[in-house]
Design a protein around this ligand. Sequence first.
Ligand code: SAM
Length: 241
Amino acid sequence: MRIDIVSIFPEYLAPLDLSLPGKARAKGLVDIAVHDLRDWTHDRHRTTDDTPYGGGAGMVMKPEPWGEAFDALLPADGSATVVFTTPSGTPFTQAVAAELATHEHLVFACGRYEGIDQRVIEEAGTRGGVREVSLGDYVLNGGEVAALAITEAVVRLIPGFMGNPESLAEESHEDGLLEYPVYTKPPSWRGRAVPDVLLSGNHAAIADWRREQAERRTAERRPDLLLTSSLVHGVEVRGAE
Ligand code: SAM
């Protein structure tokens, strides 16, 4: 997979060299390049924003540098997908991460100011795929943190990345439920014991306990998920009003 990230603050993306994306890069599973949008400007001030048509507060990102960025980064065969990070986008979920992980080439367009001139999104749509994705119902200062979060969630789903792929299948949101509580050694810590069933060696009982805990936790914290999951998996809904 190839990932290009375009931003006016490329240094914001430095963590991509670390930890998980860094490991995926080292393994050759993903090729990530960060680009400074200002490299596609031509004035002395390397301007990327201008005042909004129609008036109003703030500035809007100009289309011209984005157009040149697309000319440089998007292959002519339309095989890339541009991901615009925006609070107006589709909420980012594990399902969206899984869908994005199937793409060969993602180009993240990180907005700043009041956002990017709408014609840039239209132009991207004529050059390949487009996704407008929101990290959540709040407003960040720029799209870089969203691009980092999305990249991390996507990269860990690339086949061959996880040493033990089973750990992916058991995670929160994979089966529509939050994950059950987890424990490690010692069996008793500061007077708190690990639930007996986890020490029993009875795998069926452990699976039942985990399923029940996952359902209970989801009903308490995210009943909206349990309702969806009940439709998909036939899960019994308790206290999900
Ligand atoms: N005026 C815009 C609005 O109300 O929708 C918000 C602009 S925000 C200050 C600047 C940039 O941060 C956006 O263009 C987008 O790239 C990014 N951004 C802010 N919140 C985001 C979110 N929840 N998810 C993804 N990107 C976000």
